[in-house]
Design a binder for this molecule. Structure first.
Ligand SMILES: [Zn+2]
Length: 404
């Protein structure tokens, strides 16, 4: 029997097994995508039970059924591998971490949060963002024979499909819509808005989706530009500042988790050996960057979540070992406790993109690829968290550029 909800009801579901702490955190985070009638899912301390917090609308049985299936798949995303730390940096500044950075930046009018995962910034925030991008770019230029590039924010669905994005992160995709090419529909839309107080969106049957998306991972737009090419013996390195969009539903928080953000990206393409060498060469540069901004940082094996699908669960287990590392920088949560913020990642993709986009290494085999992406706004948050608002606490070279 189906019951309709009248008030808020919590339901406890037993997990198929005890989950790892990382999986528990992913279950909670991704739960906003399970159903519009679900507020959130929280995992118990013992990590064997989950509480489904329902909203006061919707069919309880249906929501619980969805939540149960979701938990079942998520619980299979076992991590179970040892975390390996590849790099570490300890800051010299011995001052306390600054709490409530997002609020303080807004108070100083250096940051404007639109409330939907987009931010505007100016003053020291903008100068720091530019400096992080510029410093990373310069380090890459010094050590690699880099081609500078620029890529669009839009990406077509076919390219995303080729990149396997719909398979791994279907929840984060953003489709672009237009009003259909129809005189009456356009006139209806125009008229409705000419005298309305707020924006009136066209009915969904008047919105046309032509298969354009907003780019959700910095490196994707680079691969189609190299389709059909055979690369030089010395391989190929591209670097640029990309704008990235990931739909996060209700999970957005200040500079911690944005819907729209900037990524300094570097992509290596060539033989397997070449790409692995590049990765090895690039790791000390990440430490150099952390040293330059004087930040506590470590680079370690990642437990990157894919959204709950069975194939993703399998892939996760097979691939997560060595192919993805995360740059973790400690910041503070709203309650003042510390959390590790993923401020970038180092990825090896094998020959996946080389095969999908027909890019060949000099040996005639599908090119191997790897990339490093640095989330600029997260580095900015880390900077203000670890050095606060007294310019004296910042490294001299940085202080001069952002405060003076
Ligand atoms: Zn990438």
């Amino acid at each position: 029997m189906n019951q309709m909800l009248t008030g808020s009801i919590d339901t406890v579901i037993n997990l198929p097994k005890q989950v790892d702490p990382e999986v528990a955190a992913d279950i909670e985070k991704e739960s906003v995508f399970v159903s519009p009638h679900l507020e959130r899912i929280t995992v118990s301390r013992c990590r064997t039970k989950a509480t489904v917090h329902l909203r006061s609308s919707g069919d309880v049985d249906e929501v619980i059924d969805k939540a149960t299936r979701y938990l079942d798949v998520m619980a299979k995303q076992m991590t179970g591998f040892d975390i390996k730390v590849f790099l570490e940096n300890a800051r010299k500044d011995d001052g306390l971490y600054e709490p409530n950075v997002n609020r303080e930046l807004a108070k100083r009018k250096w940051l404007h949060d639109y409330g939907k995962g987009q931010v505007a910034y100016t003053g020291p925030v903008l100068r720091l963002a530019r400096l992080i991008n510029e410093t990373a770019g310069m380090l890459y230029e010094k050590h690699f024979n880099v081609f500078d590039g620029h890529f669009p924010s839009f990406i077509d669905a076919d390219t995303l499909h080729k990149c396997g994005y719909f398979d791994s992160h279907p929840n984060n995709v953003t489709f672009v819509g237009n009003v259909i090419e129809d005189f009456d529909a356009l006139e209806e839309f125009r008229k409705a808005n000419s005298c309305s107080e707020g924006a009136l969106l066209p009915p969904s049957e008047h919105i046309h989706q032509g298969g354009m998306c907003l780019n959700p991972a910095a490196c994707f737009p680079a691969y189609p530009t190299l389709s059909g090419r055979t690369l030089d013996v010395q391989g190929h390195v591209l670097s640029w500042l990309g704008r990235v969009f990931r739909y996060e539903s209700r999970n957005i928080i200040g500079l911690d988790r944005l819907y729209e953000f900037n990524v300094r990206e570097i992509v290596f393409l060539g033989t397997d050996e070449y790409v692995r060498d590049c990765r090895k060469k690039a790791l000390p540069l990440i430490r150099e960057l952390a040293e330059h901004f004087d930040l506590d940082m470590k680079l370690q094996t990642a437990t990157d979540p894919f959204f709950a699908t069975v194939s993703a669960a399998k892939k996760f287990f097979q691939q997560a070992q060595e192919v993805k590392n995360e740059i973790l920088i400690p910041v503070l949560k709203e309650d003042g406790t510390e959390k590790e913020l993923a401020c970038g990642s180092v990825n090896l993709h094998g020959s996946f993109f080389g095969e999908r986009f027909d890019i060949k290494a000099a040996d005639g085999e599908p090119a191997h690829t790897g990339c490093i992406g640095l989330g600029i706004e997260r580095w900015v948050l880390a900077g203000f968290t670890q050095h606060g608002f007294d310019p004296e606490r910042w490294p001299k070279a940085v202080r001069k550029r952002i405060f003076e």
